[in-house]
Design a protein around this ligand. Sequence first.
Ligand code: UTP
Length: 291
Amino acid sequence: MLRMPFSIRKAVFPAAGLGIRFLPATKAQPKEMLPLVDKPIIQYGVEEAIASGVENMIIVTGRGKNAIEDHFDVAFELEAFLTARGKAELLAEIRKVSDLINVAYVRQGEPRGLGHAVLMAEPLVGDESFAVILADDVIDATPPALAQMIKVHEEVEGPVILVERVRPEDISNYGVIAADPIRPGVYRVTDMVEKPPREQAPSNLAIIGRYILTPDIFGALRATREDHSGEIQLTNGLKHLLKDRPVYACEVTGVRHDTGNKLGFLKAVVYFAMQRPELAGPLREYLKTVT
Ligand code: UTP
């Protein structure tokens, strides 16, 4: 099939982390399956990829992540049950999940870092540019965050990192870029620093959970040393890549929720519940009564 040289067909979802911050909830279930209202976190990311024109999902899983595979699989008995009960709307909702996506899984034997997880996807990605979506960052945006990045990728013809301006007191929680502006919202990255102390941060542009990467990232990751905790960090792989080619950043337009921490997760639940007409009113009334 003919394809545009800078089109993105594949999205990698690293989902092999241990989810320590959500224990004990994540002892026996992946954090990617925790629901925001009634939809698992990872499904928001998959729907964003589909809405951005990406057709193939590659999910990097680890121990105890079977629920993710089951979620995107056909649930034969459940479908038969819903059909028999005439629950057409729910049936359509369930089918949408398994019908829409073409999904492949690859295993990361042990959680050796985000960079290592991306490296695990190499045989399935092959020699083409691809997206990486960290499902923890749920982004409500029109056009979708990934579509915003693909547009920039087509323009700059290189890797694109998604960034967001964060408050100075929050910057030390993120990877941070030093960058030269190209035009409003688009930058050429000159350096990256992982979790800098506030006063040493090169900017307030924090790296958030979306990347468009070129296949040379795999070589860069292989050449990247483990950090002090024995993990291969994607940011360090990108720093390696930066020596050989320009890397760009795109500032997101939209609302991002970091569902990887408890407060961010709770805010996201309220945010998405407020978008549901049947929930918004009663929830608002309830929240007024909580002291
Ligand atoms: P996090 O830093 O959020 O780690 O990883 P985590 O393990 O998921 O959560 P905590 O910090 O223990 O609570 C960022 C993303 O990278 C993936 C995670 O699944 C998450 O999507 N990841 C991280 C891997 O796939 N493999 C790893 O070895 C590490």
